[in-house]
Design a protein around this ligand. Sequence first.
Ligand code: TRP
Length: 368
Amino acid sequence: MEQKNIILTGDRPTGRLHLGHYVGSLKRRVELQNSGKYDEINILIADDQALTDNADNPGKIRENIINVVLDYLSVGIDPEKSTICVQSALPALHALTFYYMNLVTTARLARNPTVKTEMQMRGFADEGLPVGFFSYPISQAADITAFDANVVPVGEDQLPMLEQAREIVEKFNRIYGETLVMPKAMIPENETQRRLPGVDGKAKMSKSLGNCIYLSDPSSVLKKQINGKMYTDPLHLQISDPGHTEGNVVFTYLDALCTDAHFAEYLPEYANLEEMKAHYRRGGLGDGTCKKFLFNVLEETLSPIRAERARWEKDIGSVYDILSAGTARAVERTNETLARVRCAMKIDYFANRSIIGEWEELLKKARQ
Ligand code: TRP
């Protein structure tokens, strides 16, 4: 089998996508899509995975499928170049998950650090742990392998999932023969892009903390999040005081997003971020100026995205058609992999009638 360059990545549809998603993954997906280096790009809306910790609230998932697709289209995911599909509509993924479950122990699942953290956050440690949630890394391995993906662009928190997927591929191929493609994670190079904190300085943007900047937020909300909520340096009281740039969210966001061209356009006193930071550290540069610059940088990034979203929002019928066509393509694609897997596992009983001869032979021998 000749290895093509195939990307598979995805998101749980549990909310609108925010700036953390943008700098950590969406921006890069668009670059990869437009690089021309990939034979296939597949983007999975992981609604089944979202249900593993939202079983009592399927309405939330249903609602957010459209939000996530709109966010994809508005950042520049092009349905001509990338296949956008819905996980629950791909039956091959369920079958693959079921077979892979036999290749993973509960002890191995229990060691997954991302699952451990998520269990804590959701109170599953006390309430009891749903089997579906506990085993979602296995279903994620099915997502990845079903598309024969060799490249999986994800955030850093997804590395344990990739490790699990790689172990499953290794074990499957060892037992049943070379069948599955070994995937590899691709994580952002820029440290701050890997994990953008919330505007309040907390480790992660999260809906419940109200510390997100959503791609669909209007500029008035963006302004409020920056001016009203953004954590800077609590020791920087007077403009003349020396300030800290580490842990200062304004500078963290600038690290992740601003370019020298932004300085030329909005803050020509400095050639680049290093010069601006040096001034802040020396003292004499006020938070107001820094926040205004960040607002301009973010506006430049987000306003075209908002405009695209507004355009697509008027045409939800077309968005539905894109999703439905992408999903139909993915059904075919993943069914082919499932057929290959069943053949390798010798459970492809109904692929053709060749088993009739085998069974007849077997019975003949038994009679002798
Ligand atoms: N677990 C991923 C997240 O929470 C979403 C996801 C599901 C995914 N299936 C995937 C990511 C396959 C990459 C590949 O963000």
